[in-house]
Design a protein around this ligand. Structure first.
Ligand code: FE2
Length: 271
């Protein structure tokens, strides 16, 4: 039986290069480590390569949170305007699931994303909150790319962080990791169990990188530009994962049609 290496804080999860000056790019990887300055221009519209960067949004240690008793995992997906309705929806959801000062970290994440990662045209978003209440040490690695969401005008990127628990694992977006991913998934989806196992095997000796506590990750989506990533493994503690996909109202309305969801209109933003 094959035994997977266990990512630990002192190993894979904290293994990225120490490059935290104003803007440093890890050679040949596309990884940018950035503290907080406005970085919208660093992801040009005509992007043709996967890009990954980490950004600090919270300077203090994140407030200690615990999950309220409940059943299984919980998920919120909101698609609509970025505004007060988004904020209250997220806070209400967290209040039902979480004990402690969740508001500070959640609001710092949203404010940082709005200020540094959304252009004026990007008035809308998809917000996802995933609560992993029950530790699941048997959950396998799930190396995958996120979908492109919209074509042909514009590319998609997401921002994500954890308010509790271990961070998302990212493969460094090198030509080699992209080649491996595309080779293994050329005939079947990455969700097929034996393909998932093949990806786990192929990436076994690679060191994933992750955001540190109080940092968010920014990664590009899509087949040619998607950064390969996975939930941490094994998950042995509760986890709160928050992600946001910025876009124009038209882009998010199209996504709603595709997924048969309703676009949440923020009436406080209406003229
Ligand atoms: Fe993903």
């Amino acid at each position: 039986m094959m035994v997977l290496d266990t990512p630990k804080e002192s190993q894979g999860l904290d293994s990225r290069p120490e490059l935290l000056s104003e803007t440093d790019t890890v050679p040949d990887t596309g990884i940018v480590l950035e503290s907080s300055s406005n970085v919208i221009d660093e992801f040009p519209i005509e992007i043709r390569s996967p890009q990954l960067s980490f950004h600090r949004f919270f300077n203090e240690p994140l407030p200690k949170l615990t999950l309220l008793p409940g059943d299984g995992h919980m998920a919120l997906t909101y698609i609509g305007h970025y505004g007060p309705h988004l904020i209250s929806t997220g806070l209400d959801f967290l209040a039902e699931q979480v004990s402690g000062d969740f508001k500070s970290g959640f609001m710092a994440f949203l404010n940082h994303v709005k200020e540094h990662h959304m252009s004026p045209e990007q008035t809308s978003c998809k917000l996802a909150i995933r609560i992993y209440r029950v530790p699941d040490p048997t959950k396998p690695l799930r190396w995958h790319q996120d979908g492109f969401f919209w074509l042909p005008n514009g590319y998609a990127y997401q921002l994500g962080t954890v308010l509790l628990g271990p961070p998302t694992l990212f493969q460094q977006p090198t030509q080699e990791t992209q080649r491996i991913y595309h080779e293994v998934t050329k005939d079947e989806l990455d969700s097929v169990p034996h393909v998932r196992q093949a990806l786990t095997d192929q990436f076994r000796d690679f060191k994933p990188v992750s955001a540190k506590p109080g940092e968010l990750s920014r990664w590009t989506n899509g087949h040619d530009t998607g950064v390969v990533h996975s939930e941490p493994f094994p998950i042995v503690e509760p986890r709160i994962f928050v992600s946001l996909l910025p876009g124009t109202e038209a882009q998010l309305r199209n996504l709603c049609e595709l997924w048969d969801m309703s676009f949440k209109v923020d009436e406080t933003l209406e003229e």
